[in-house]
Ligand binder design. Structure first.
Ligand SMILES: [Zn+2]
Length: 644
């Protein structure tokens, strides 16, 4: 009996080729070391299962949600491959600079890669953010959803960590095998945590925030699955989010649950960094979102207004963008171009829903929602670039439109599919309400479109335009194909203001800014206009008098003003924002020009602006006797459970 058993064991050992094949698909092991983040350096040790022969490894290029090839390959440095303790030569691909070629010697089953990354942003002495594309290396030409990987993370001892990755427990960090043998790997001052096996696709979608001042808040405990707000801040007090904001973020989870009626994550983490140096961010992921704002971004109502929709927008993307993904925007590797033609859904509908949910949650109030909508609608309506470029083209061209020089941006147009999409989906929402006597709304469409398959874990279900049309028709029969084509594909010289009007309001220009515009200007918000003379003179000008854009066909355009000029003086007085506004008031209803002295390059010129209509600021006003759908849309759907 015993002999026979022993023989069986030997037989099993002889069957090892099968076990070896399994070893080929064993997960990559990656340990990210963020403990030198304050020095703008991250390190990684990566163990990659391999077979002997040529191997091509790659790092991500097209980062989901960035809509651009932003993979930071240029920051990846100190790359060293070793096998069985021996350094192996490598060569970068001549055409695809994200690829590394290595020849694996006979007998080697695990290739070790060491690399460092220069982390220029999202790090301070008190916090670090890791987007995994900074450190990832994996076999090229394989769908990233099929590559298993197990991450570990090293951070300074005592720091808290927020991530949707599932922790297994603390482990010993691997030894640094880079050329640089300085002791920057784990010691008693660091802690390494291992996480559950995932895929390269999911790891790329699971950022980490870590910091000395860390708070994790469980949100809306009555709702399943679990939601968390994870906060790190540079100052100890800031990560203690004020109770009012925390209550509103709890409401956001409830409102999203009521709106979408499904979820596509096992747990969700709203990751929030509060820092004036780490830089701003808003990046969606399936089971988390990476939100970065200024140190005092939620510290009071005024600052919060400028950031009110950020969490709601990125959270909404878990459904619209992550779960439901435009067909060509989703690619099976990060090397292939992500095509943007349906971004007016991915971003535009999220822009709409994010603002609506922020209002329903109380992160901003209904009046603030309308004020900000007025600013956005007026901005779009005054963009003359819409005379030559469709909204769809701004989506197709997304990857070449972000950032860039603001000069003549009203003639160029930017990533307008966000705000144009917001107006478009508001139009669709109010149209459904109008057609159904307010019995149905875009909420019904969201439940269908975003809830297909019911509750799921993180997964991606691509769609094409006909599915949108079919789902809209399921809510109410209409020529949705023509509706989409007219608004999205056609060139439209005017913005789509139908949603505002069907909502019971009208966009008008008044001689005083809305309360919200004043608030935004008072805190210097990026959403605030600063000195707002865009709808009067046709200038974007900062507090120093530097002109960044001139509105086509405006009084400033007629006077041949140019972006890059600096206004020195207004009506004989040294420039200030107040002096410019005073000059507009003085010229109102008169025939007297506004006299400017301008500097351009090394020269000084004079210009006279013939403008006499006074200040003009966009606001929405109620149209009496019409249904107030706008306020129906933005009122809360849920109530917090009574406290015991
Ligand atoms: Zn977005």
């Amino acid at each position: 009996m015993a002999k026979l058993l022993r023989h069986t064991t030997l037989l099993l050992t002889a069957l090892l080729p099968a076990a070896a094949a399994v070893a080929q698909t064993a997960p990559i092991q990656i340990t990210a070391d963020l403990s030198e983040g304050a020095r703008h350096l991250y390190h990684a040790e990566i163990e990659i299962p391999v077979k002997p022969g040529p191997v091509t490894l790659i790092t991500p290029k097209w980062i989901p949600g960035n809509h651009r090839p932003t993979g930071p390959v240029d920051d990846i440095t100190g790359v060293v491959f070793t096998a069985n303790g021996k350094v192996l030569p490598w060569r970068r691909d001549n055409e695809d600079l994200y690829e590394f070629h290595v020849t694996v010697p006979v007998g080697v089953t695990t290739l070790h890669a060491h690399l460092d990354t220069i982390a220029p942003a999202r790090v301070t002495t008190k916090m670090a953010v890791l987007e995994w594309e900074k450190l990832l290396l994996y076999p090229a030409n394989m769908p990233v959803k099929d590559i298993a990987i197990q991450p570990s993370l090293t951070v300074p001892a005592g720091w808290g960590t927020g991530t949707a990755l599932e922790p297994i427990g603390p482990v010993a960090a691997p030894v640094n095998t880079g050329i640089d043998e300085r002791d920057h790997t784990a010691d008693a001052s660091t802690v390494t945590t291992k996480y559950a096996v995932t895929t390269v696709e999911q790891l790329e979608d699971s950022p980490v925030i870590t910091g000395q001042y860390f708070h994790e808040f469980a949100l809306a405990p009555e709702i399943s699955p679990k939601h968390y707000l994870d906060v790190v801040s540079d100052e100890p007090d800031d990560s203690n989010v004020r109770p009012q904001t925390l209550a509103e973020v709890n409401n956001l989870v409830r409102e999203a649950d009521a709106e979408y009626k499904s979820h596509h994550y096992n747990t969700y983490h709203l990751l929030l960094t509060l820092s004036d140096v780490a830089g701003g961010e808003g990046l969606e992921h399936g089971q988390s979102s990476d939100n970065g704002i200024g140190e005092k971004g939620f510290a009071d109502d005024a600052h919060q207004l400028g950031e009110a929709d950020l969490l709601a927008h990125e959270f909404t993307h878990s459904w619209n963008g992550k779960y439901r993904r435009p067909a060509r925007l989703y690619q099976d590797t990060f090397a292939k171009m992500q095509q943007g033609d349906l971004l007016w859904v991915y971003e535009g509908m999220t822009q709409y829903l994010g603002n609506v949910l922020a209002a329903r949650s109380g992160l901003k109030n209904q009046e603030q929602y309308r004020d900000l909508l007025a600013l956005s609608a007026a901005n779009l309506d005054s963009k003359v670039g819409r005379e030559w470029r469709s909204t769809e083209d701004t989506a197709i061209a997304a990857s070449i439109l972000r950032g860039g020089n603001p000069m003549w941006s009203n003639w160029k147009r930017g990533q307008d599919y966000y705000q144009e999409g917001e107006l478009f989906w508001l139009d669709a929402d109010t149209l459904i309400r109008k057609l159904t006597n307010n019995q149905k709304s875009l909420d019904d469409f969201e439940a269908i479109f975003l809830g297909k398959g019911g509750n799921t874990g993180p997964t991606i279900v691509p769609y094409e335009r006909p599915e949108l049309i079919s789902d809209l028709n399921q809510v109410v029969a209409y020529d949705w194909a023509a509706f989409l084509h007219d608004h999205i594909d056609n060139v439209n010289p005017r913005a789509d203001l139908a949603g505002i009007e069907q909502g019971g309001y009208k966009l008008v220009y008044k001689d005083t800014p809305s309360k919200s515009e004043k608030t935004l200007a008072s805190v210097g918000s990026r959403r605030g206009a600063g000195i707002d003379v865009w709808y009067s003179l046709g200038l974007r000008v900062n507090g120093e008098g530097v002109i960044s854009d001139v509105r086509w066909s405006s009084p400033a355009d007629d006077a041949k003003l140019a972006p890059g000029q600096k206004i020195y003086a207004v009506n004989g007085q040294v420039f200030s924002g107040d002096k410019l506004i005073a000059a507009i008031r003085k010229a109102k209803g008169t025939s007297e020009s506004i006299h400017l002295i301008l500097q351009q390059d090394g020269f000084v010129t004079l210009a006279d602006l013939n403008y006499h209509d006074g200040e003009r600021y966009p606001v929405l006003v109620r149209v009496d006797g019409t249904p107030d759908y706008l306020d129906d849309i933005t009122k809360p759907r849920t109530t917090p459970p009574a406290t015991k």
